[in-house]
Design a protein around this ligand. Structure first.
Ligand SMILES: [Ca+2]
Length: 266
């Protein structure tokens, strides 16, 4: 048993190291942010009363209320492998309890990395948080690793619905860069683009690497990433829509100088 645990922990660790290299993150963990939950389709919830207040039955009801179901161990592990890290034990499928750990800490995970698994609970009246799975809660966003793809606003070519939050995370091969080209663009226009807007981040999240926010109906200029990851975010408020957008991304080999590289080759 202990041996199995060690093997799975080692396997999990090697996955994390592979991801670390591919994502290029530094000293720490990938951010456990909204886009990650959307990308993985797995999310953590606690009771409105606070932490560790849900019986198994109540946990199931929380997921169902939002149109989802309890996450399975495999779904939780898949989410963990792209950086989903929560330091709180929750129910998941079949009455099991645990939590996903990407980076071990003294107060979390007993120094282990992986799914910290409390096993199948005999007493379903125990109170924990919950991990739900709902990949269809959004019709936009996700993790994209293809060499090229066209991303579009929800409902395109129809107008996008109000109250949208979309995060597209693009990750291509290590050493490549990402070229973005706007093909169609029509987003509710206002001064400062505060109502509706897509934003580009030259990083794996929307915390660092802000590169631009756009609205109106003029095609924004192309954009070339610094590294092999990029995040596109789209927010729409509660009123006034527009035609939406289509954006094509293409992975390029960064060893080939491009126009925007010229200055570094002088
Ligand atoms: Ca709007």
């Amino acid at each position: 048993m202990l041996y199995m645990h060690t093997v799975s922990a080692l396997l999990a660790l090697s996955c994390v190291l592979t991801e670390t290299e591919a994502w290029g993150y530094k000293n720490g963990i990938l951010h456990n942010s909204i886009w990650l939950e959307q990308a993985a389709g797995v999310y953590h919830r606690e009771s409105r009363k606070g932490r560790y207040q849900l019986t198994y039955k109540e946990a199931k009801a929380v997921c169902k209320f939002e149109g989802g179901s309890l996450a399975t161990y495999d779904q939780l592990e898949a989410a963990r492998q792209i950086g989903f890290h929560v330091c709180a034990a929750g129910w998941f499928d079949k009455g099991r309890v645990g939590y996903p750990i990407v980076k071990s800490g003294t107060n979390c995970g007993y120094g282990k990395v992986g799914i910290i698994d409390y096993g199948y609970r005999l007493n379903k009246s125990e109170k924990w948080d919950v991990y739900c799975y709902n990949p269809n809660s959004k019709e936009c966003g996700g993790v994209h690793t293809e060499q090229e793809k066209i991303l579009q606003s929800p409902g395109f070519p129809d107008e996008y619905p109000d109250e949208q939050i979309c995060y597209w995370h693009i990750r291509v091969r290590y050493g490549q860069r990402i070229h973005l080209q706007f093909l169609d663009f029509d987003v509710e226009d206002d001064v400062g683009s505060i109502s509706d807007y897509p934003e580009i981040y030259d990083s794996y999240d929307d915390i660092s690497g802000f590169a631009g926010r756009y609205c109106g109906d003029e095609l924004p200029e192309d954009f070339l990433s610094t590294g092999n990851v990029m995040t596109l975010k789209f927010l729409a408020d509660s009123s006034v829509s527009a035609g939406g957008f289509r954006i094509q991304y293409t992975a390029i080999d960064s060893s080939l100088p491009t126009d925007s590289d010229t200055s570094t080759y002088t």
